[in-house]
Write a protein that binds this ligand. Structure first.
Ligand code: SF4
Ligand code: FE
Length: 486
C-alpha cells in the first residue's frame, strides 16, 4: 500500500475501537474530541509532510525489507546518513507543530527491537527477529503509527520487579499458553498512544533471571481487548473547550500522553520479540533510550526555533528589538538551541552498524545530547519569558477582548507598536505561554527533563561510556609516568 494521506490516517484512527477515559468519563469519539484533536493533528503532520515533494528526502525512505517507498517514521536506519536525516526530520516537525508529534517513540522502539531481537536469536536460537520483521513489514506497508511502550509504573524503586508488593507494577506475563502469552500491568506516560494503531511493548530496566516473567517484548493493536487508556491532564487543557482560539496559543497542534493499562491481554506467539531472555532486557532499554535521546536533539530544537522566533517577534511588537540586551538574549537562545542540534547530529554521524545490519547512534554522544536537553530548553524558556514580558501571564482572556463593554479597553491599553494589532500581540504572547507553561510545556519543558529518561539515567550512561581509564592513560603518557601492572 502507498503512503497514507493525512486524511486517510485520521480515518484509520477513527476506525479503531479504543477504550479511552478522560475527566472520569469514557471518550466515545477521541478523534473529534476538542481536547484530544490537536494531538492527532500533530501526528497527522508526519503523514502530510511525507506527501510533499519538498520534504521527500527527509520524510520518506526506501524499505530495506521490501524496497518500497515508506514513511521515515517506519524505517530501520541503514546508514549514519539515515540517522542524521531522522534528526533533521524531527526538527522540521517541531518547527511545523511546536509540540510533540508523537510518532518517534515507535520509530525508536522499532529500531531498538530490530537490532536486539537479532542478537537474542543468535544467542538462543529463537525466532524473534523473523517475528519482528513480519510485524515491521506490515507497519511499513500500511504506514501505521506505533506507540513505543517502555516505562512501567515501577512502584518502590528500591526493589526489582519480582519483589514489588503489587506484582503488576511492572508489566508481566501471567499465563503462558501454546499459542501465546497473557500479560497484566501498565505503561505510564504513553506519548501519542491514543493516536497510534499499534503498541510495541518493551521491558523498562535491566533484569536478573528471577524477573523472567517481566522480560517481555511484543506488539498488539491499541484497541486489543483488555487495554484501557487514561489521558494525562495538561496545564490549560480545558481552554480547548472555550469558544474562540486565541487563549489556546497554538490552537491546531499539541501532544498527548496516557496511562495505559493491560488487563489480561492476550499476545499471540508471532507478535512476541522477547520472552524471558532477561540478559537482553538491558540491551533493549539502552538502545531504545539511546535512540530517543538522539531524537530530542531534533524535536526540541524545532520547537526551540519557534520559541526563538516568537520571542523575537514579541520584541518587535514591544518596540525593543534594537536593544542590545534583547539581541544578546536571542543570540544566547540560538546558541543553546543549535548546541542541542549539534549533539543530535554528532551522535548520528558517529553511529555504527549493529550485528543485524541496521545502524545505531553513538550512545555516549546521544546521552550527552539528552543531558543537555534536560537543561537548555529551561534556559531558552527563561530568556523567552524575559523578552516577552509579564503580559504573557497577566493578559485578560479572549472573552474580555471580544466583550462590547471592556473589549475596547483591552484593545487600547494592551497595544504595542503602531502597525501591529493588539489581537496579534496577544496571540503571539499566548503562543509563548503555551510553549513555556501551557499544554505544549509538557513536551518542551518537563518532557525535556524526564522524557527518554531522567537526568540521572544519562549520567550513569555517561559514566559507563566515558572511558576514564583511557583518559588516565593519555595523561600518564604525556607526563612520562610508567604504567604499572596492578
Ligand atoms: Fe518525538 Fe520529541 Fe515527542 Fe519524543 S518528545 S515523540 S522525540 S516529538
Ligand atoms: Fe518523548
Amino acid at each position: 500500500m502507498a503512503l497514507m494521506t493525512g486524511e486517510e490516517y485520521i480515518e484509520s484512527i477513527r476506525a479503531l475501537k479504543l477504550n479511552v477515559f478522560m475527566f472520569g468519563k469514557r471518550v466515545e469519539n477521541p478523534v473529534d474530541d476538542p481536547i484530544l484533536r490537536p494531538s492527532l493533528n500533530a501526528v497527522r503532520m508526519t503523514y502530510d509532510l511525507a506527501q510533499d515533494p519538498e520534504y521527500e528526502d527527509l520524510m520518506t525512505a526506501t524499505s530495506h525489507l521490501t524496497g518500497h517507498k515508506i514513511n521515515r517514521f517506519t524505517h530501520i536506519h541503514q546508514s549514519t546518513d539515515d540517522l542524521a536525516r531522522k534528526v533533521r526530520m524531527q526538527r522540521l516537525l517541531g518547527q511545523k507543530t511546536a509540540s510533540c508529534f508523537q510518532r518517534c517513540v515507535g520509530m525508536d522502539a522499532n529500531n531498538a527491537v530490530y537490532s536486539t531481537s537479532y542478537e537474542v536469536d543468535q544467542a538462543h536460537g529463537t525466532h524473534y527477529h523473523e517475528n519482528f520483521k513480519k510485524f515491521l513489514t506490515m507497519v511499513q506497508d500500511r504506514d501505521l503509527t506505533v506507540d513505543g511502550a517502555m516505562t512501567d509504573p515501577k512502584g518502590d524503586r528500591s526493589k526489582p520487579p519480582h519483589l514489588q508488593s503489587d506484582p503488576d507494577l511492572y508489566l508481566r506475563v501471567v499465563e503462558r499458553r501454546e499459542d501465546g502469552v497473557v500479560v497484566c500491568g501498565a505503561k505510564v506516560h504513553q506519548t501519542g498512544i491514543v493516536n497510534s494503531h499499534e503498541i510495541l511493548v518493551m521491558p523498562t530496566i535491566a533484569m536478573k533471571p528471577e524477573d523472567r516473567d517481566y522480560a517481555i517484548s511484543f506488539a498488539i493493536p491499541t484497541d486489543a481487548p483488555g487495554i484501557t487508556l487514561i489521558i494525562g491532564r495538561q496545564s490549560c487543557d480545558t481552554r480547548k473547550l472555550e469558544p474562540g482560539c486565541m487563549d489556546r496559543g497554538n490552537p491546531t497542534f499539541g501532544g498527548v500522553e496516557a496511562l495505559t493499562v493491560f488487563d489480561h491481554v492476550f499476545v499471540p506467539n508471532e507478535r512476541i520479540f522477547l520472552n524471558g531472555e532477561t540478559e537482553f532486557a538491558g540491551m533493549l532499554v539502552e538502545r531504545f533510550a539511546g535512540f530517543h535521546r538522539q531524537s530530542y536533539g531534533g524535536c526540541k530544537v524545532g520547537v526551540g526555533d519557534v520559541l526563538i522566533g516568537a520571542a523575537a517577534t514579541a520584541a518587535d511588537y514591544n518596540g525593543c528589538s534594537k536593544a542590545s540586551h534583547i539581541k544578546d538574549k536571542l543570540i544566547e537562545m540560538t546558541h543553546l538551541n543549535e548546541t542541542l542540534f549539534c549533539c543530535g547530529m554528532a551522535c548520528s554521524h558517529c553511529g555504527h552498524q549493529t550485528a543485524s545490519g541496521s545502524y545505531m547512534i553513538d550512545l555516549l554522544l546521544a546521552n550527552v545530547c539528552k543531558l543537555n536537553v534536560t537543561r537548555f530548553p529551561y534556559e531558552i524558556v527563561r530568556l523567552a519569558e524575559d523578552i516577552a514580558g509579564g503580559l504573557m501571564v497577566t493578559a485578560p482572556s479572549e472573552a474580555d477582548f471580544r466583550s462590547e463593554e471592556v473589549g475596547p479597553l483591552v484593545e487600547k491599553y494592551l497595544k504595542g507598536v503602531d502597525g501591529v494589532s493588539t489581537e496579534d500581540r496577544l496571540r503571539l504572547l499566548r503562543l509563548i505561554e503555551n510553549i513555556c507553561l501551557g499544554s505544549a510545556a509538557v513536551g518542551y519543558r518537563t518532557e525535556s527533563m524526564h522524557g527518554a529518561g531522567s537526568p540521572q539515567a544519562m549520567r550513569i550512561m555517561i559514566s559507563r561510556q566515558g572511558n576514564l581509564e583511557q583518559k588516565k592513560k593519555l595523561a600518564k603518557a604525556l607526563a612520562h609516568i610508567e604504567e604499572t601492572e596492578e
